[in-house]
Ligand binder design. Structure first.
Ligand code: NAD
Length: 328
C-alpha cells in the first residue's frame, strides 16, 4: 500500500428523519442568539426552524443566492452585528451554507448547517465569494460548520430534476476523490459508498420524490460526497465546472451533471482503478463514464406525460423544424 496522509475534519453530524427536532439542543451547545439563514423560496422552512428555537432565534435572514455575491455577504454580516447574533443556522442548499460561511469567515461565528440539497458544502472548509463577476474560493478552517443536521424529511420537497442534478453533483465529488492527487484509502471508501448510495436512490427519488427511504439514502450519499470534497483535492471536472459556471453564470448542479460523464471518459485511461470502483458502485462493471451518463440520463428524464415516447433525436429535430419555421 502507498503511504498516505488522512486529515479528519472536525464536525458533529446528526442524521435521521426528524433530526431537526434536536436543533435547539445543538444551538445551545454553540450559542444562544441564532440568526437563521435561507433563500427567499425556503423562508417557511427557516421560520419553522426559528420557531423551534424560540427566543434563541434572533431573526430569519432570507437573502441567500447562488455563488455568494459580496454585497449579499456584507448585508448579512451587518444583520448579524445589528441583531447581536452569536451563531447562525443555515437551512438550505450550497447557496445558503455558503452565505453562512461568509459570515463565519468574517466574525468566526459557528454555523449549524441544515442541508436540504445534496451539494455537500456543509462538510467542507471551502468558501466562495463573488465580486465584480469573479468568484474567489479558498479553504479556511473557520468556514467549516461545526455541526450538521441531516434531516431527510426536509429534502422531500426538492423537485425531482433538482434532486437528480444535485445528486450528480455529489457523485462528481466522489468520482474525483477516487483519483485525487492526495487521495487515500479512507476517502476512497467513502467515495465509493457515496456513489453506490446515490446511484441506487436517485432513480427512485425521480420516480417517487416522497420516498423517505430513498431520500435518506441520497442524503447519506451526499454527506459522503461532501466529506471527500472537504478531505482531498478535486481535478479537471471541478475546474471545468467552476470555470464554466463562473464565466457564464450557469446553474451549479446542472453543469456538474452534464460535464461529469465526459470528464470521466477523458480521465478513464489514466485512472483505471478509480473507474473500476465507479463502475462497480453503479453496478455496471467495465464502463464508468457510460454508467454515469446513463444514471444522469435516467435521473434527469422528465416523467412529463406524452402520447409518444420523448426521444432525444426526434425532439431535437422537432425544435430545429420549429426554429426554421418549416411547415410540419
Ligand atoms: P442552491 O442552494 O442554490 O439551491 C437551489 C434552489 O433550490 C434554491 O432556490 C433553493 O431555495 C431551493 N431548494 C433547496 N433545497 C430545497 C428543498 N429541499 N426543497 C425545495 N427547494 C429547495 O443549490 P445547491 O446546488 O445546493 O448549491 C449551489 C451553490 O453551492 C453554488 O454556489 C456552489 O458553488 C456552492 N457549493 C459550494 C461547495 C463548497 O464546498 N463550498 C460545495 C458544493 C456547492
Amino acid at each position: 500500500m502507498m503511504p498516505f496522509v488522512y486529515q479528519a475534519l472536525p464536525s458533529r453530524v446528526i442524521f435521521g428523519a426528524g433530526a431537526l427536532d434536536g436543533l435547539a439542543e445543538e444551538v445551545w451547545r454553540l450559542g444562544s442568539r441564532a440568526l437563521v439563514l435561507c433563500t427567499p423560496e425556503q423562508r417557511h422552512v427557516a421560520e419553522e426552524a426559528a420557531r423551534r428555537l424560540g427566543d434563541r432565534a434572533v431573526g430569519v435572514y432570507d437573502r441567500a443566492v447562488m455563488h455568494v455575491p459580496i454585497d449579499t455577504a456584507r448585508a448579512a454580516r451587518e444583520e448579524v452585528s445589528r441583531l447581536g447574533a452569536d451563531c447562525c443556522v443555515a437551512v438550505g442548499g450550497g447557496s445558503t451554507v455558503g452565505l453562512g460561511k461568509a459570515i463565519a469567515l468574517e466574525y468566526g461565528l459557528p454555523i449549524i448547517a441544515v442541508p436540504t440539497t445534496y451539494a455537500g458544502s456543509e462538510m467542507t472548509p471551502i468558501w466562495g465569494l463573488t465580486e465584480a463577476g469573479q468568484k474567489r474560493t479558498g479553504r479556511d478552517p473557520s468556514a467549516l460548520p461545526p455541526t450538521v443536521i441531516y434531516d431527510p424529511t426536509l429534502t422531500l420537497t426538492l423537485p425531482p430534476g433538482l434532486s437528480a442534478t444535485s445528486g450528480m453533483n455529489a457523485i462528481a465529488h466522489c468520482v474525483e476523490a477516487l483519483y485525487a492527487v492526495d487521495g487515500n484509502p479512507i476517502a476512497s471508501l467513502m467515495a465509493e459508498e457515496g456513489i453506490r448510495a446515490l446511484g441506487r436512490s436517485l432513480p427512485r427519488i425521480v420516480e417517487e420524490p416522497k420516498d423517505l427511504e430513498a431520500r435518506s439514502e441520497a442524503l447519506y450519499g451526499a454527506w459522503l460526497g461532501g466529506a471527500v470534497l472537504g478531505a482531498v483535492g478535486m481535478a479537471l471536472h471541478h475546474k471545468l465546472c467552476h470555470t464554466l459556471g463562473g464565466s457564464f453564470n450557469l446553474p451549479h448542479a446542472e453543469t456538474h451533471t452534464i460535464v461529469l460523464p465526459h470528464a470521466a471518459r477523458y480521465n478513464e485511461s489514466q485512472a483505471p482503478e478509480a473507474m473500476a470502483r465507479v463502475a462497480r458502485a453503479l453496478g455496471k462493471p467495465g464502463d464508468a463514464p457510460g454508467a454515469l451518463w446513463d444514471l444522469a440520463e435516467m435521473a434527469t428524464a422528465s416523467p412529463y406525460p406524452n402520447p409518444r415516447p420523448v426521444e432525444r433525436d426526434a425532439v431535437r429535430a422537432l425544435l430545429e423544424e420549429a426554429l426554421t419555421g418549416r411547415r410540419p
